[in-house]
Design a protein around this ligand. Structure first.
Ligand code: ATP
Length: 580
């Protein structure tokens, strides 16, 4: 409850007005049976009006007067219901928007380590379905709770003032109905969950099929895919049908209980009328009030189970909101960065028992190029992660003499340009993708960067040149073209003092690779460059090369020195030479 009220804060007035509206609408609803009782007993019949004398004073024996009052009250009821809907939706939509904003902000600043441990699908579900659950509860159930309590109390009071004995008879089914609906809605949650999961599986198969369409065609898996979809589709139908069937059984059973309650009131009430203890008008009013009494009881059971589901959704949201975020510490600085890097006895482990980097030491001076070679999984990308301050490390990493841990994360990341092997491009124009870091690039800057990345001429052949949209709605790019656009968008930023190419030239041919490296050399004389590659030709001109094996630096030197010493570098070089 505490978790929920935290989100309701700031909307107290809106909720009060919404509850007031629903209470007034309920009053209009509850007054109708009293008017009907008065019409039957005192206008059609001759029973004295008693405590309804004020109606007699106002309308005398006019049936039309009562009809008009009922019409006007129904009109007001509609207005109050609209107000309640408007106000509660206003609060619910705003609260849901605030939760989504908080979650999105949290996701942006959550530590990289926590990010890698989360499943994307699960995170999406928390930001969408779970928020939706909370929104629905706030929009419908919170205000309904006010209505339920008011309706229960008020109906009982009205019934009590009319006839205490018949009121007690009217309450016989209340505990049964309450527990029946509570247990039902608690149990059905499992079926709801199964239905959600079935829908999730359906979407996953569809999504996988659409994004893997090339693999499906290449392996002739169309019929297999159709069967796979049939299976999840059948499952979805079965589970959803079961859900609807169960709901139908509930509503029918609860209607039966309501009818039984009506039956009890009718039989007992009829006996009272025959004995002259009750008027026909009062019995008619009672029959209507019994339904009004049982509706909130059914809803209360439902509301409690919905509350259970909302609590789970809130817990899942809170779990993300309480994740550790990257925060600047007081001692962190923003020193001038020139690009001198020094690793001294650096070790790192993703999980405590297995070191991925072990006692790494090397130095690169401003403007130099460091080549990094190593087999798959030897720790090359991890080394880059450490330089970007994505993880904490053991040992010492210094940039221009400043311990990396004392430099603000945002500051060092602004100074490091990283190009990945499989870069992510946005569904925007080529121009916007290259200029993504800043909006105010001149066209010439964009062209120059694209020329240096050897992609300018390619871009000119696209339908709309630099204004061509990338992705599903526009041009489909090859792996090498994507890599080169990613290179252009990194080198265009003049703030970068360190450039890292993490196997990002792997999809371009050797000639283009050479052209790009030459252009980069000319363009960025003072910039420190780290090139990770499996292709020795790409590394050969580096000022210094380190060879990683199982997280250790096993060789260090220039290309000339390394091809002369026995070791991994020479073996790979020989193999690559043979292939040529
Ligand atoms: N987020 C992570 N959590 C746990 N282990 C990880 C994580 N990322 C990488 N590893 C492990 O760390 C080791 C080094 O991975 P890394 O990606 O640094 O290798 P790499 O040399 O860049 O490989 P490749 O050439 O294939 O890109 C591997 O054994 C990998 O399984």
């Amino acid at each position: 409850m505490k978790k929920l009220t935290k989100y309701l804060k700031g909307y107290g007035l809106v909720f009060t007005l919404a509850i007031l509206s629903i209470v007034l609408a309920t009053v209009m609803q509850l007054a109708v049976p009293i008017l009907i009782k008065y019409a039957i007993d005192s206008i059609v019949g001759d029973v004295p009006a008693g405590n309804l004398q004020f109606l007699m004073d106002a309308f005398g024996k006019s049936l039309w007067g009562v009809v008009w009052i009922i019409v006007i009250m129904s009109l007001f009821r509609g207005i109050f219901m609209f107000l309640k809907g408007y106000l509660s939706s206003y609060a619910a939509e705003n609260i849901a928007k605030e939760i989504r904003e908080k979650l999105y902000r949290q996701i942006q600043y959550m530590t990289f380590e926590r990010h890698t441990k989360k499943e994307t699908g699960d995170m999406v579900q928390r930001c969408t379905s779970d928020v939706e659950m909370v929104r629905r509860f706030i929009g419908v159930q919170v205000v309904d709770l006010g209505r339920i309590i008011f309706m229960l109390v008020f109906t009982l009071v009205i019934m009590g003032t009319m006839n205490v004995e018949l009121t007690l008879y009217s309450m016989i089914m209340i505990p049964i109905l309450f527990f029946f609906s509570y247990i039902f809605f608690t149990k059905i949650q499992k079926t709801f969950k199964k239905s959600d999961e079935a829908e999730g599986s359906l979407t996953t198969v569809l999504q996988e099929n659409l994004s893997g369409v090339r693999v499906v065609r290449a392996f002739g898996r169309e019929e297999f895919e159709i069967e796979r979809f049939d299976e999840v589709n059948r499952n979805h139908k079965t589970v959803t049908y079961k859900l609807i069937e169960t709901l139908a059984v509930f509503w029918a059973s609860s209607d039966l209980l309501t009818l039984m309650q009506n039956g009890i009131v009718l039989v007992v009430g009829a006996g009272m009328v025959i004995r002259g203890e009750l008027t026909i008008g009062t019995l008619t009013a009672f029959i209507t009030y019994v339904s009004m009494l049982l509706w909130p009881v059914k809803q209360l059971g439902r509301l409690l189970s919905e509350f259970g589901k909302t609590t789970v959704a809130l817990d899942r949201i809170e779990e993300i909101l309480s994740e550790e975020v990257e925060e600047d510490k007081e001692f962190e600085r923003t020193p001038e960065i020139e690009g001198n890097i020094s690793f001294s006895h650096v070790s790192f482990a993703y999980d405590a028992h297995q070191k991925v980097l072990n006692d790494i030491s090397f130095e690169v001076r401003k403007g130099q190029t460091l080549g990094i070679l190593g087999s798959t999984g030897s720790g090359k990308s991890t080394l880059v992660h450490l330089l970007q301050r994505l993880y904490d490390y053991e040992g010492s990493i210094k940039v221009d003499g400043h311990e990396l841990k004392t430099i603000k994360r945002g500051h060092i990341r602004k100074k490091i340009g990283l190009v990945l092997q499989e870069p992510h491009l946005y569904a925007k124009t080529v121009k916007e993708n290259i200029g993504i870091t800043k909006r105010a690039y001149k066209e010439k800057d964009i062209f120059d960067a694209a020329k240096a990345a050897s992609i300018h001429n390619n871009i000119l052949t696209f339908k709309d040149g630099y204004d061509t949209i990338i992705g599903e709605k526009g041009v489909s790019l090859s792996g090498g073209q994507k890599q080169r656009i990613a290179i252009a968008r990194t080198i265009i930023d003049e703030d970068k003092r360190i450039l890292i190419f993490d196997d990002s030239l792997s999809a371009v041919d050797t000639e283009t690779d050479l052209r790009i490296r030459q252009a980069l050399k000319e363009r960025s004389k003072d910039i420190t460059t780290l090139i990770i590659s499996h292709r020795i030709q790409t590394l050969a001109e580096a000022d210094q090369i380190i060879v990683l094996d199982e997280g250790r630096v096993v060789q260090k030197g220039t290309h000339e020195s390394l091809i002369r010493e026995e070791g991994l570098y020479k073996r790979i070089w020989d193999l690559q030479q043979m292939a040529i």
